[in-house]
Design a protein around this ligand. Structure first.
Ligand SMILES: [Zn+2]
Length: 216
């Protein structure tokens, strides 16, 4: 996971000068956007939603369609609270390694699965591992979806400790920043992510910044 994320970051560096940056959707001026990938997850998504609600903020959940299909009530919970949803593929492969049929499944079938639950097609697809190329991004665009790169990585999935997640997140915090955290997959331990969240929210507010949600 870490290695793949590093590869993803390299892709962003390599393509950064061209269309990846053009596709980047910043948070509104004066705000930070929190994003949660790989869910929904029955153990952690509801708890993350509770923290967001307590703090009167909204986030964007880039969900894996296979997980959305398994727990559709979580998709509805996310939306009922006023949060935004995005597509994060059907099964979380590297989209750059897929055949045409594979790309169709991961981009189009996933949109349809999420749309059947949500009642609308997600406007954005964040490609897994930050891995994309011109062909993948053009394919996503052609489907009427905006391809979105990974946000500022908190590396919360490495479970480095609550304070380290907060300090890593804060290194990327500025007006317009998009912060990447994770609520999925099934069976993972996201207790550190959950514990870091209220501290991070308070620290962002101490910097005079608010919150907004991208892709919606
Ligand atoms: Zn992911």
């Amino acid at each position: 996971m870490k290695l793949l994320s590093t590869i993803g970051t390299l892709c962003i560096v390599i393509f950064g000068a061209t269309s990846v940056v053009a596709d980047n959707i910043p948070a509104q001026h004066g705000t930070v956007a929190l994003t949660f990938d790989d869910g929904p997850n029955p153990d952690y998504t509801p708890k993350i939603l509770a923290v967001l609600k307590e703090n009167h903020i909204h986030a964007t959940f880039f969900m894996v369609a296979a997980n959305a299909k398994r727990w559709p009530y979580l998709v509805k919970m996310i939306l009922a609270d006023g949060n935004k949803i995005g597509n994060h593929s059907y099964t979380h492969p590297m989209l750059t390694k897929l055949s045409a049929a594979g790309l169709h499944h991961e981009v189009i079938d996933s949109e349809n699965v999420i749309a059947n639950i949500a009642g609308f097609r997600p406007a954005c697809l964040r490609y897994p591992f930050g891995a994309s190329n011109a062909h993948v991004r053009a394919y996503i665009h052609a489907a009427g979806i905006t391809p979105v790169p990974m946000g500022w990585n908190t590396f919360d999935y490495d479970e480095p400790g609550v304070q380290k997640i907060v300090s890593q997140a804060m290194k990327g915090v500025h007006s317009g920043a998009v912060i990447l955290m994770h609520d999925g997959f099934p069976g993972v331990n996201r207790s550190q992510t959950l514990a870091a969240l209220p501290i991070l929210i308070a620290d962002v507010r101490k910097k005079g910044l608010g919150f907004s949600a991208i892709c919606g």
